[in-house]
Write a protein that binds this ligand. Structure first.
Ligand SMILES: C[S@@+](CC[C@H](N)C(=O)[O-])C[C@H]1O[C@@H](n2cnc3c(N)ncnc32)[C@H](O)[C@@H]1O
Length: 209
C-alpha cells in the first residue's frame, strides 16, 4: 500500500533526512558521483536550471561562465544547499519550486540538469516532469538526467534488492523509474542514453526539438 510519502510529496522525507544527507551519501559521492557530475555540465553555457538541487552537490561543477539557478521542493534541502553555496563563494540563486510546475516562462533556459531526481518522482510523474522541463528549455536545448536503474546483472541486482527498502525509506527513491522511456512521449528527442557507472547509473539527454 502506498504511504503518504510515496503519494507524491518528497518534502516529509527530505525534511527528515536533509541534515544527514551529505553524511549518509558521503562515500557514494566520493567514490561515484564526484566522478560523473562534470559530465552533466560539460559544454553547457548560458542560463541553466539545476532541477532538484538537493544539498547543492552539483554547485562545484557549475560552469564559470553560466548562470545556474537551483530549485528544489524541499526547504530543508535548500537550507543545506545555501550553506554549501555560500561556503563555495557561489552566487547561484536557489529557490523553492516543484519541477512539475515551475512557473518559469516558456523557453527560459538554455539547458536543464536533474541528478537523481527522477528516481524520486513517482512513475506517473515522469512524463509530466519532462513535459514541464521541455517547456522551459529553449528549442534545441538539452535536459540532462542522471538516475539509478535496476542492474541486469544478477549479483548486482541482488545487492540493489537489499538496498531498495533503505533507498525508498531514506530518499523516497526507486530504481524502477526509467525516465528515458518517457522522453519521446513527452515530445522530446532522446539524444543520448548510456551508463556512466556499471549498468546502474544512467545518463540520459533529452533534447527539445
Ligand atoms: C536524491 S536528491 C538529489 C539531489 C541532487 N540533485 C544531487 O544530485 O545530489 C533528490 C532531490 O529532489 C528533490 N525533489 C523531489 N521531488 C521534487 C519536485 N517535485 N520538485 C523539485 N524537487 C524535487 C528532493 O527534495 C531532493 O532534494
Amino acid at each position: 500500500m502506498a504511504s503518504a510519502v510515496t503519494a507524491g510529496d518528497a518534502r516529509p522525507t527530505y525534511r527528515r533526512i536533509a541534515r544527514f544527507y551529505d553524511f549518509l551519501d558521503g562515500s557514494f559521492e566520493r567514490k561515484r558521483y564526484a566522478l560523473i557530475r562534470g559530465t552533466l555540465f560539460a559544454g553547457l553555457s548560458g542560463r541553466i536550471l539545476d532541477a532538484g538541487v538537493g544539498t547543492g552537490r552539483n554547485i562545484p561543477y557549475y560552469p564559470a561562465d553560466a548562470e545556474v539557478i537551483g530549485v528544489d521542493l524541499s526547504q530543508a534541502m535548500l537550507a543545506q544547499a545555501r550553506a554549501r553555496r555560500d561556503a563555495l563563494g557561489s552566487d547561484a540563486p536557489l529557490a523553492a519550486m516543484d519541477v512539475l510546475r515551475t512557473g518559469f516562462a516558456d523557453s527560459s533556459f538554455d539547458a536543464v540538469v536533474a541528478s537523481f531526481v527522477f528516481c524520486v518522482l513517482r512513475p506517473n510523474q515522469q512524463q509530466a516532469a519532462l513535459e514541464e522541463l521541455g517547456r522551459i528549455v529553449r528549442p534545441g536545448g538539452e535536459i540532462r538526467l542522471l538516475d539509478y536503474t535496476w542492474s541486469k546483472q544478477l549479483g548486482r541486482r541482488l545487492v540493489m534488492r537489499m538496498w531498495a527498502p533503505w533507498v525508498r525509506w531514506a530518499y523516497g527513491a526507486g530504481f524502477d523509474r526509467e525516465p528515458h522511456r518517457h522522453v519521446e512521449p513527452a515530445g522530446l528527442v532522446l539524444a543520448e542514453d548510456r551508463f556512466l557507472i556499471d549498468d546502474v547509473v544512467r545518463y540520459v539527454v533529452a533534447r527539445r526539438p
